[in-house]
Design a binder for this molecule. Structure first.
Ligand SMILES: [Zn+2]
Length: 144
């Protein structure tokens, strides 16, 4: 998959979730990405440009890179090959076509920005405003 397409589909999912939760701002998006996809850097970059104008704009993208592991039938064990394109068992050298991890592409979690709810724009009860109006009470200003 093209990294821009991946970034867009992640943003689409996040927007859907944010809308469901009546939230217009996203704080953090957590993605799990297998090493085989080899597009961690590209995704960071694409996410930033593709999120412009969406609820993901300014959100932090966290990518957890999952290393490539393969199953060696001969050793009957899960191994980590020496390189990304090396599908041979590092111990016995036999081909290991069975990928165990490294192909993941998963949206793990979305943190919505609840800021506006934590700090409601409540100007009516601003203590400073009350202070001011109290100081200008006619009784205080009145001089005989
Ligand atoms: Zn082996």
């Amino acid at each position: 998959m093209h990294e821009l397409a991946l970034a867009r589909s992640v943003i689409e999912l996040v927007e859907e979730y944010a809308t469901e939760n009546n939230c217009s701002r996203v704080e953090r998006v957590h993605v799990r990405l297998g090493q085989l996809s080899a597009m961690t850097r590209a995704l960071y970059f694409c996410f930033r440009s593709a999120s412009r104008g969406t609820c993901c704009e300014g959100a932090t993208l966290c990518i957890e890179e999952i290393p490539l592991t393969v199953k060696c039938g001969f050793c009957d064990d899960v191994k980590q090959p020496s390189g990304r394109y090396n599908f041979r068992c590092p111990d016995c050298g036999r081909p290991t076509p069975q990928v165990v991890t490294g192909r993941e592409m998963q949206l793990v979690s979305i943190e919505l920005d609840r800021g506006p709810n934590d700090h409601p724009p409540n100007f009516g009860s601003d203590p400073l405003a009350n202070q001011k109006s109290r100081n200008t009470e006619p009784g205080i200003q009145h001089v005989e």
